[in-house]
Ligand binder design. Structure first.
Ligand SMILES: NC(=O)c1ccc[n+]([C@@H]2O[C@H](COP(=O)([O-])OP(=O)(O)OC[C@H]3O[C@@H](n4cnc5c(N)ncnc54)[C@H](OP(=O)(O)O)[C@@H]3O)[C@@H](O)[C@H]2O)c1
Length: 280
């Protein structure tokens, strides 16, 4: 097979969660470019329809399904509705995720010792409990496919210490554990399971940091490539894991972080401003 053809996914049926904006929207569009038909999910139907139109403009079938993954049972119903609309599932990119959020929709960044249990529970409900439910519901469809790939959108936060975001980091690390366990457990049914670990990507989720110069400068000073990523820079890695290009790759966590997680990457000599966070 021509090397580039290994990245083609013509006629594959893919579910992308959190597809209304940010990384999930970019990944959905990339999968459409590769030939997938798509089921797209998020809470807000109106925003999802923008992605739906961009997928259809690429000549692919798309269906938008709204649901809040914080609610018990929704992950299962999203998967079943997606499989029913597409006639099965070959690829699942479970991308939806959340930071702890305040009533006004802004993220709550606070050390664990000051965080409320409800904030922890809300992050675990979406990032971990819904992930497990979604994987469980997707298994029979993926096991029936001859080109099954499950990709979990974890984070570099699951690999390195991430103070003030402990619940988020713990759930992202749990997704990496789940990736390895499912990769082994589902291997003999031919279902590959991998994770992506992006670093700092400029999206709505990170607007609180990207829009604040001292914080943004401090964060990017710890990224050897010295800048934020765009959502498009995650697409190639997602396509690799979803496609036959990675046909012998399973249980892997692919890091897309500009070098952030390189041990002692800071010793590259790039100057770092003082931390904007006061010590505990
Ligand atoms: N941005 C980064 O720097 C970064 C780095 C590493 C990993 N990640 C991970 O990458 C994924 C996408 O991040 P992003 O930055 O693109 O986030 P984003 O811009 O906030 O988009 C999140 C997406 O998930 C959906 N979503 C959020 N909560 C949901 C819920 N309770 N139920 C159903 N859908 C929900 C959102 O749509 P609705 O609001 O309409 O529901 C949206 O489509 C997340 O898992 C995140 O943890 C991001």
């Amino acid at each position: 097979m021509n090397a580039l053809e290994q990245f083609r996914l013509d006629g594959a049926r893919a579910l992308v969660t959190g597809a209304s904006r940010g990384i999930g929207k970019a990944v959905a569009e990339g999968l459409a470019d590769a030939g997938c038909d798509l089921a797209l999910t998020a809470r807000r139907q109106t925003a999802l329809e923008t992605t739906l139109r961009t997928v259809e403009d690429r000549g692919r079938k798309a269906v938008a399904i709204d649901g809040d993954l914080a609610e018990t049972g929704v992950a299962t119903s999203l998967v079943d509705r997606a499989a029913s609309a597409l006639g099965g599932l070959d690829i699942v990119v479970h991308n939806a995720g959340t930071l702890p959020m305040a009533e006004d929709g802004s993220p709550v960044l606070t050390p664990l010792q000051n965080a409320r249990q409800e904030q922890w529970d809300a992050v675990v409900a979406v990032n971990l409990n819904a992930t497990a439910a979604l994987c469980r519901a997707a298994y029979p469809y993926l096991a029936d496919s001859t080109r099954a790939s499950l990709v979990l959108m974890s984070s570099v936060a699951g690999l390195v210490g991430t103070p003030m975001m402990e619940a988020y980091a713990a759930t992202k690390a749990a997704q990496l554990s789940l990736t390895r366990s499912l990769a082994v457990g589902w291997s003999r049914r031919g279902v590959r399971v991998n994770a992506l670990c992006p670093g700092w990507v400029r999206t709505d989720m990170t607007a609180f940091a990207a829009g604040t110069a001292p914080l943004s400068d401090w964060l990017t000073s710890h990224v050897p490539l010295g800048r934020w990523a765009t959502p498009d820079e995650v697409v190639g890695a997602a396509l690799f894991l979803a496609s036959p290009a990675s046909s012998f790759v399973t249980g892997h966590a692919l890091v897309v972080d500009g070098g952030l997680s390189i041990p002692d990457g800071g010793l590259a000599g790039h100057p770092k401003p003082a931390s904007p966070f006061a010590p505990a």
